[in-house]
Write a protein that binds this ligand. Structure first.
Ligand SMILES: Nc1nc2c(c(=O)[nH]1)N[C@H]1C(S)=C(S)[C@@H](COP(=O)(O)O)O[C@H]1N2
Ligand SMILES: [Mo]
Length: 337
């Protein structure tokens, strides 16, 4: 959401991909073998050359500014205790997956800093355990839910989605999550609820951007109409690339609405509130002319600072045309008929 279009330092680098099947296979393999990642190195020596090479490639492909240093990218996130099943209905065929360490190092998370490549380092020590979510408003039983309870209660699935920021950069990410609809059904909102509001973590001691930028109306807050929240596409994301969510990407739990601009995907959620009117949202409050409540991806509707007709795929800067609803009209156009 920064006001300038930043020219990425790794522009023009050779194309490099993280083959998605590699990490899936690795996970499946470990599950079959009944071992944790500690036992992996030995096992991989004989039979996992592709895996090792792919990870290596991912690291070596980095432009200097993105090379993992003493940050979380060097110690990969832990896997989930339970199985993660890929949902084949959600794949992206026309473009490649964004390398993990690009998705985990080019972040918008203003509670830390406006500098995308600085977020991962500043977020490294964010405490995400324990984590609870306050469920409030028009709901049968207002309560505080332990995040671990949600993790245990619902099966986890992987979905590969396009992700589009209003700044006109985009990536392609395999998220791990739970359809939000399932969680909402379990929470039991009152039938009078028309919207759902999300509030995210406000912890100045661990979030330097909150302290250095007091002019923002912290904490970050967002919202969806109930039919949007219940749509099949809306994901309560708890991880990516088969692993637990990195702090910089919104650990431990965030929303993903891939047909909307990225700011509609709040990170590190601590409160879910059911309401009977449209909730206020962070960016709409700051700049109503630029950021509407709906904020669906609309290539024909330019933002005052960024034409939305095309987008650049990080980190290689390929320009591609933006699709209405980010290519998800099949699922969501009916919501806006
Ligand atoms: N709490 C919080 N959530 C947030 C933001 C933020 O600054 N704070 N930025 C939003 C914006 S503008 C984008 S593009 C995405 C970026 O997600 P990513 O870093 O995982 O790519 O997070 C969204 N969610
Ligand atoms: Mo964004």
């Amino acid at each position: 959401m920064a006001n300038i279009l930043i020219k990425p330092p790794w522009q023009g680098r050779e194309r490099e991909i993280t083959p998605e099947d590699v990490y899936i296979d690795r996970r499946r393999f470990l599950r079959l073998m009944g071992v944790g990642s500690a036992g992996m190195a030995g096992l991989m020596a004989g039979c996992g050359d592709t895996v090792v090479n792919a990870q290596q490639a991912d690291k070596e492909a980095f432009p200097p500014s993105l090379k993992p240093t003493g940050d979380p990218l060097q110690s990969p996130m832990p896997a989930f205790e339970q199985a993660v099943t890929r949902n084949p209905a959600f794949k992206v065929e026309e473009r490649e997956l964004t390398p993990y360490a690009v998705a985990a190092k080019y972040n918008n998370f203003y509670e830390f800093t406006l500098e995308k490549e600085g977020v991962a380092r500043l977020a490294a020590n964010l405490t995400t355990k324990p984590w609870s979510i306050e469920v409030t408003g028009l709901v049968s039983e207002p309560r505080t839910v332990d995040f671990e309870e949600i993790l245990k209660k619902f099966p986890l699935e992987e979905r590969i989605y396009r992700f589009r920021c209003v700044e006109a950069w985009a990536m392609t990410v395999p998220w791990v999550g739970i359809p939000l609809a399932k969680v909402i059904e379990w929470l039991g909102p009152d039938p009078k609820a028309t919207h759902v509001r999300f509030e995210t973590l406000n912890r100045p001691e661990e979030m330097p951007g909150i302290v250095s930028q007091p002019w923002y109306p912290w904490p970050y807050y967002e919202g969806l109409r109930m039919d949007e929240a219940m749509n099949e596409m809306t994901l309560l994301a708890v991880g990516m690339y088969g692993k637990v969510m990195p702090n910089q990407n919104g650990a431990p739990v965030r929303i993903i609405t891939p047909w909307k601009y990225g700011y509609k995907s709040p990170k590190s959620i601590v409160k879910i509130e059911f309401t009977d009117s449209q909730p206020k949202t962070f960016w709409n409050d700051l700049q109503p002319k630029e950021y509407s409540f709906l904020s669906n991806v609309e290539p024909d509707v330019p933002h005052p600072r960024w034409s939305q007709a095309s987008e650049r795929l990080i980190p290689h800067d390929d320009r591609v045309k933006t699709k209405p609803y980010n290519g998800y009209g099949e699922w969501v156009a009916k919501l806006y008929a």
